[in-house]
Design a binder for this molecule. Structure first.
Ligand SMILES: [Fe+2]
Length: 119
């Protein structure tokens, strides 16, 4: 089995509350910082209760070519007072794909991705 088999299809009921929305530029300059924000529940807020909440958001980057995927950021909202959104800066050298993965304690894993060109 592969992890991808356990990621919820993006058209599943509840997607508006779970699919992480990536806000990042379409292109960046090699080696220069750019801003990334990932929001869970942007369209419809996700519940944020002790019984039902987002446990973590991780953002990966997969460069074009043979280099394996690597982690850019990992965020754990602080219980019911932490909003499931994260902003950070990153810099990369090659074009590739930003991948956001989040975990809901009831509804499991959801992901999204966005292409990043690098000049
Ligand atoms: Fe959920």
């Amino acid at each position: 089995m592969a992890l991808g088999e356990f990621i919820t299809p993006p058209d599943r009921e509840g997607k508006e509350k779970h699919v992480p929305v990536i806000h990042a530029p379409a292109s960046a300059k090699a080696g220069e910082w750019f801003e990334v924000t990932v929001v869970v529940g942007e369209e419809v807020p996700h519940p944020n209760t002790p019984e039902h909440h987002i446990t973590w958001i991780t953002v990966f980057y997969k460069e074009d070519g043979p280099r394996p995927v690597y982690e850019l950021a990992h965020f754990r909202p602080a219980g019911v007072v932490g909003d499931p959104r994260v902003s950070f800066r990153a810099r990369v050298d090659k074009p590739g794909t930003l991948i956001a993965l989040e975990h809901c304690n009831i509804h499991g894993l959801w992901d999204s991705s966005q292409r990043l060109e690098v000049a």
